[in-house]
Ligand binder design. Structure first.
Ligand code: URP
Ligand code: ZN
Ligand code: ZN
Ligand code: ZN
Length: 526
């Protein structure tokens, strides 16, 4: 019995976002060949009995930062260990972020992320790209230069003189961002760009730059993503905390309370609406910000909110923990909120489609790395774990608690992500011709989360000791059993990069129609 002849998953309950049916699933050559009852399959096929188990699409984590160089250090989970841990937790695809330094070529950064990730990834992956610099005077100058030279000559010039041109004409910088976003969207499989409203002087864009960047995303058919926090207020708040002698991890939350996140969320939605651009708010961490997203959706805005495992599974009371290392382990931006009813509230909104998908913002730093901020919370590297535990946390807090059913679980852990980022039903669905990324899930089995047993490189776990119902028994990635009975069997490079086309129908159908019927553009849209 060998997997090269295929795999038959027998007698499980196949769960998609819209229905659950007892079916067999036959897999071969990395694809789902058929789904149905009592499938007749060739001899030699490996048969897996899934009676009383669920057969679900592999999880898609919309937000990770493997081996990210950040705040003077580098995240310890790299693309190898991080994606292996993902598989152990039932996640078969991650979307990571390319984050170029201000002024650095987006394409160069994209290429270096590909070089870093391609040989290491154990599951499939794709890349969002952060736009960390911009200029609002670009549009006209680009058009002029383009008409004068033609696109090809222009691309040639940029390739030949990447440093010289920006020196003689600063507008080239901005021009470069725009053309590079275009190349990324049209040729490199990127259909989502993240803009930061925080990390002042590092990654932050101002409002006029957000406006231009969103408008350009819209022209390219990309999803504009925002890290929504008011970076100016955070800078002022942090200064104030330190001057008051508050240097510990609690200062991280105190200097950026909920309204700092909610205000930026509302501002981003307003700016995106002004250019009829779809907006995706990453890591929605507070009740206030989640309400803003929810209200916007009810007002007809094309906006999606992404809570993360940390925000759904734990809370910001940890910043006041008596052990410094424990408290610092939870530091991330935006912070977890000290209101202990926050995780339940976010889960309710996720269950009711006010929030749409789940990621983790997995960006892990060891206890030792966190100690860079021992005397100053602003120096604690921001980031938490989650890539391995997201599926179990959502099952426990969402499905086991009775807030959502198994179909909504699939929607928020895979299908909605695949729809928004335009690779549905290639992934996010158990159906004929879909990729064979499949998890056999035991909804009744329990496991206890611990850094002692997790597969991540980081030396602590923010969910330490948490008991979760919902355990992945077997994970199949690209048609191969890579995790079975607690054992991982996968090599670096097993995963592959997933190209994503622009103009996802799920996102852009409404946007395009609005453009068509609103022939008199909104006053902000001129
Ligand atoms: O604390 C966080 N979130 N670290 C990663 C960078 C980001 O803003 O997503
Ligand atoms: Zn962020
Ligand atoms: Zn502790
Ligand atoms: Zn992030």
């Amino acid at each position: 019995m060998t997997e090269s002849c295929g795999i038959l998953i027998k007698g499980g309950k196949v769960v998609n976002e819209d229905c659950s049916v007892i079916s067999d699933v036959y897999i071969k050559n990395g694809k789902i060949i058929s789904v149905g009852q009592n499938l007749q399959i060739p001899v030699g096929v490996r048969v897996i009995d899934a009676t009383n188990k669920l057969v679900i699409p592999g999880g898609i984590d919309t937000h990770t930062h493997m081996e990210l160089a950040f705040m003077g250090t580098k995240a310890v989970d790299d693309f190898h260990v991080g994606t292996k841990a993902a598989l152990a937790g039932g996640t078969t695809m991650i979307l990571d972020f390319v984050i170029p330094q201000k002024g650095r070529s987006l394409l160069d950064a994209y290429n270096s992320w590909r070089e870093m990730a391609d040989p290491k990834v154990c599951c499939d992956y794709s890349l969002h790209v952060a736009v960390t610099w911009w200029g609002d005077k670009v549009k006209k100058s680009i058009r002029k230069i383009k008409t004068f030279l033609g696109k090809r000559q222009l691309d040639g010039l940029i390739t030949c003189f990447p440093f010289f041109l920006p020196c003689i004409c600063p507008k080239w910088f901005y021009f470069q961002v725009k053309t590079e976003m275009e190349t990324l969207a049209k040729e490199k499989g990127v259909n989502s760009f993240k803009m930061f409203m925080a990390y002042k002087d590092v990654f932050m864009l101002k409002d006029s730059e957000l406006y231009a960047a969103f408008a350009w995303c819209k022209e390219l058919g990309a999803v504009a993503q925002v890290h929504a926090e008011n970076g100016d207020l955070i800078a002022e708040g942090a200064r104030k905390m330190l001057s008051l002698g508050i240097t510990g991890p609690e200062g991280h939350e105190l200097c950026r309370p909920e309204e700092v996140e909610a205000e930026a969320t509302q501002r981003a939605i307003t700016i995106a609406h002004a250019v009829n651009c779809p907006l995706y708010v990453v890591h929605v961490m507070s009740k206030s910000a989640a309400k803003v997203v929810s209200n916007a959706r009810r007002n007809g805005r094309v906006v999606f909110g992404e809570p993360i495992a940390a925000g759904l599974g734990t809370d910001g009371t940890n910043y006041w923990h008596k052990e410094w290392a424990h408290a610092a382990g939870f530091v991330m931006g935006p912070p977890l909120r000290p209101d202990p009813s926050t995780p339940g509230f976010l889960m309710d909104l996720l269950a009711n489609d006010d929030l749409s998908v789940t990621g983790t913002d997995n960006c892990t730093f060891s206890v030792c790395q966190k100690a860079l901020g021992k005397d100053d919370f602003t120096k604690i590297p921001n980031g938490v774990n989650g890539v391995e535990d997201r599926m179990s946390i959502i099952w426990e807090k969402g499905v086991h608690s009775g807030k959502m059913d198994e179909n909504r679980f699939v929607a928020v852990t895979s299908s909605n992500a695949a729809k928004i980022f335009n690779f549905y039903p290639q992934k996010g669905r158990i159906a004929q011709n879909s990729d064979a990324d499949v998890v056999i899930w035991d909804p009744k089995m329990k496991r206890s989360i611990s850094a002692k047993t997790h597969h991540q490189a980081v030396d602590y776990n923010i969910f330490e000791g948490m008991e979760c119902h919902g355990v992945p028994l077997i994970t199949i990635s690209r048609g191969k059993v890579v995790y079975d009975d607690g054992q991982l069997q996968v090599s670096p490079g097993h995963g592959t990069f997933i190209h994503r086309q622009p103009f996802s129908e799920f996102v852009y159908k409404r946007i395009k129609q609005r453009d068509q019927v609103n022939s008199t553009p909104c006053f902000l849209n001129s």
